[in-house]
Design a protein around this ligand. Structure first.
Ligand SMILES: [Zn+2]
Ligand SMILES: [Zn+2]
Length: 674
């Protein structure tokens, strides 16, 4: 998502005379060779990254790539993965090597070892990595003269041998080992003696020297199956991160700590929001009563908003007969998303991966006139999509989820305004929730890729134009991305930047002219002719699962009053005041608030602490004086305590809910809280 700077890049083309190294040309041009902006690799005119030791046969033009650039960071992190593997084999000679690719913000390496690594192991390995980095080993590329030569040299590394055999069949994004034009190995060479210290099958490129790794840290370890397949041996994976400066590493580790504190899986457990059960199955969350409150509040908000904008609710089944999915194109093109069919009296039914086909059938169930349009059908619809167990992640990635879905059927002329209304809806929702960092991604088709997209060029042009015009008018910032469109049209993703800096796509929206033609979705126009409708797909609040996961992290569990499962905890100072506490509760509940009385044994400070731990936004303490005066002492999340008449407190609570106030919610950046 980073902005590219083609002008700046063009200025920095470097000429490499035939027979000389890129490193020489970089030095001659006076470009930095140390520090965070050091040139670490070059990009050839074919787009491939090459080591600085590369010597072109003929004069060449290359683009110098600094460490701090996205490609440079990848090279830094992957080089650090080599250092990790070398350190592991220095300390655990029996370890066999799996793969070691760069990943977002870091790297990992998989090892086959007799017992899982412990945290002391990681500390020792990190210490050994520091020694290797300091010794300034050079990365030296060597081409295997033949497959047999590679096999002979790698005889002791069964997993690498397997990769050599698979050359050409692996995902080059994940597997760095093979996939280049030649089969290569990189030797780590002692900078003083020239001795080879360690070698690894790899297509490269790497930093010129380990000394260029400025800041590295091992973050965690986990078990991982070889090549992601449960039938394969289980390996031990070590994750690490590397950055161009110590400050950048420190900031990143601080962000990781904040993310861990806000992890929705942990908070979900602590606040009893949701659970998983082995018997129900993986990736199928159970919403506990507290989580269900959050979900219901969001759903009610969406219903009110949609009612105001003229939507109508529908309810449709979770499964459908296979013909529907042949019509939608899910069969046979998107079978990867689908679970195996269910046989009902000889007919095949599928769990639905999307609500759209059902809604189209609702539209089709009755004839429509131009006077009915726009016709807006809404449903919090549950869908099921295949996810590998290794990909499941709390509520963020599940096998079944319920979307804030709707489809707007309208004339082509209405499409732009309708789409704009959808964008404003996102804007309103996000602002109300205190979500400040968001933008849109317009995913367009790649016209060169004829297989992936329908070939009605006119239709693409119209839908792209309408989409772009609506986006411009919305004034919400956006970026364009070539090649990410759906088969049937461009899509607009809303991407939210979390408090921790992570980004995720919260909802996908589309103007679609293609599907209505496949489904025969038409209306009778004023001139008596039958015309195809346009359909807008939208889900501003995404799925309950992902959205509640995000909100839990966004607020660090400290939900605003209107979303908080328990809004008010009433604490009587002594048991004799239980009667008055119940009266307070009844008054609050009558005003539509969720309040409970703490009837447990124990002393006041402990009870307050327990309510604070549960992130309850309002605590009402009632003592003798409060009972006599028919008042409460309210303790807010800020720690402030204010006595007030009960009637005033009831009004205040109702007001906080009615205005969806963000007072006291935990959505501010940690450094902005002070
Ligand atoms: Zn490598
Ligand atoms: Zn849809």
């Amino acid at each position: 998502m980073s902005a590219s700077r083609p002008a700046a890049a063009a200025e920095r083309v470097l000429a490499i005379p035939a027979g000389t190294t890129c490193a020489e040309a970089v030095a001659a041009a006076g470009l930095p060779m140390t520090g965070p902006d050091a040139i670490v690799v070059v990009r050839g005119q074919d787009g491939a990254l090459r080591d600085l030791s590369w010597i072109p046969d003929a004069d060449a033009q290359v683009e110098p790539v600094p460490m701090s650039s996205p490609a440079g960071l990848t090279v830094l992190r992957h080089s650090a993965a080599h250092v990790l593997a070398q350190a592991v084999q220095d300390l655990h000679a029996e370890a066999k090597l799996g793969i070691g690719p760069p990943i977002e913000d870091g790297f990992y390496y998989d090892f086959d070892v007799p017992r899982p690594f412990q945290s002391e192991d990681l500390e020792r390995i990190e210490g050994r990595m520091r020694e290797i980095i300091k010794s300034g080993q050079k990365f030296r590329r060597r081409v295997f003269p033949s497959l047999d030569a590679a096999r002979a040299e790698l005889a002791g590394e069964p997993y690498k041998l397997e990769l050599v055999g698979l050359k050409g069949e692996v995902d080059p994004g994940e597997v760095m080992e093979v996939g280049g034009r030649e089969l290569t190995i990189y030797d780590n060479v002692d900078s003083r003696t020239g001795e080879v210290r360690w070698s690894d099958l790899c297509r490269g490129p790497h930093l010129p020297s380990t000394r260029l790794i400025p800041a590295v840290k091992l973050t965690r370890n986990a078990a991982a199956y070889w090549r992601g397949n449960e039938k394969n041996p289980q390996l031990q994976r070590i994750y690490g991160t590397a950055w161009p400066t110590r400050d950048a590493l420190r900031d990143y580790l601080r962000m990781l700590a904040e993310a861990a504190k806000r992890d929705h899986r942990r908070i979900g457990e602590d606040l009893d929001l949701f659970a998983f059960s082995k018997e129900v199955g993986r990736g199928l969350p159970l919403w506990l009563p507290n989580g269900t409150i959050v979900r219901d509040e969001l759903e009610e908000w969406a219903r009110q908003t949609e009612r105001r904008l003229g939507y109508q609710r529908v309810a449709t089944p979770h499964i459908a007969q296979q013909d529907l999915y042949y019509l939608s194109g899910h069969l046979p093109y998107y079978t990867d998303d689908l679970y195996s069919p269910i046989d009902i009296e000889g007919e095949k039914y599928y769990l639905r991966p999307m609500n759209c086909p059902h809604h189209h059938m609702v539209y089709k169930a009755r004839p429509h006139s131009y006077r009915d349009l726009p016709y807006k059908l809404a449903e919090h619809g549950t869908v099921y999509r295949f996810e590998r167990s290794g990909q499941l992640h709390g509520l963020m990635r599940t096998r079944g989820f319920t979307q804030n879905d709707a489809h707007i059927y309208c004339t082509y002329d209405q499409a732009k305004d309708q789409f704009l209304e959808v964008m404003r809806m996102h804007d309103d929702y996000y602002r109300a929730l205190g979500i400040a960092g968001f933008y849109m991604v317009l995913a367009l088709r790649d016209p060169a890729n004829k297989d992936k997209y329908h070939d009605d060029a006119q239709m693409w042009e119209t839908s792209e134009r309408i989409t772009r015009e609506a986006m411009e008018e919305s004034r919400i910032p956006y970026v364009e991305e070539l090649g990410g469109a759906a088969h049937y049209g461009p899509k607009v993703d809303f991407v939210i930047r979390a408090v921790t800096g992570k980004e995720f796509a919260a909802s996908t929206n589309q103007v679609d002219f293609y599907t209505p033609q496949r489904f025969g979705l038409t209306y009778h126009d004023s001139d008596g002719t039958e015309k195809p409708v346009a359909v807008i797909h939208r889900a501003p609040l995404g799925s309950h699962e992902r959205f509640v996961a995000h909100l839990t992290e966004h607020y660090a569990g400290a939900f605003p009053v209107w979303l908080a499962p328990e809004q008010i905890r009433i604490i009587p100072v002594v048991d004799e005041l239980l009667g008055y506490a119940e009266e307070v509760r009844a008054a609050l509940v009558d005003a539509g608030l969720r309040a409970d009385v703490d009837t447990s044994d124990g002393r006041l400070p402990g009870k307050v602490r327990s309510a604070v731990t549960r992130k309850i936004p309002l605590i009402a303490v009632v003592g003798k004086r409060e009972a006599e005066q028919r008042s409460v002492t309210v303790r807010y999340r800020s720690g402030e305590e204010i006595p007030m008449p009960l009637t005033e407190f009831v009004e205040q609570g109702a007001e906080l809910v009615a205005t969806k106030s963000l007072a006291g919610a935990g959505h501010l950046r940690p450094d902005a809280e002070a």
